[in-house]
Design a protein around this ligand. Structure first.
Ligand SMILES: [Zn+2]
Length: 120
């Protein structure tokens, strides 16, 4: 269970063009990663399941190409993922935290867009 509503999932997958938003590989079967993790009551806060908190990441097979997929990469490289905005600390709002994706450094909106300007 991802926690994202079907409508929000659709916004994210459409924004991503069905490709992994980190490496741009086709990722229709990928999963939507929570930038700011749920937990500690986080799932009750509205931002948790907003489009700005979700990134479509590929789920590669563990060892087939030695790559493992970007979802696993984020989980295994938490410090780098925090620096890239792929992870957002609990006290921060994913909407106002930029993230480094294949399109560059962007802010994610809650209606499924990339923005280059910091939201006001
Ligand atoms: Zn990927």
């Amino acid at each position: 269970m991802s926690g994202f509503s079907p409508m929000t999932r659709e916004l994210i997958i459409e924004r991503a063009g069905q490709c992994c938003e980190r490496c741009y590989r086709y990722a229709r079967g990928g999963s939507i990663h929570h930038r700011r993790p749920r937990g500690m009551g986080g799932s009750r806060r509205p931002e948790t399941n907003a489009a700005s908190n979700g990134v479509l990441l590929c789920d590669g097979p563990a060892a087939a190409d030695g790559q493992g997929g970007c979802h696993r990469w984020v989980e295994n490289h938490r410090t780098e993922a925090l620096e890239l905005g792929l992870l957002v600390p609990q006290g921060h709002n994913p909407r106002t935290t930029p993230v480094q994706l294949h399109v560059g450094l962007v802010y994610l909106t809650d209606d499924g867009m990339y923005e280059h300007e910091e939201p006001t």
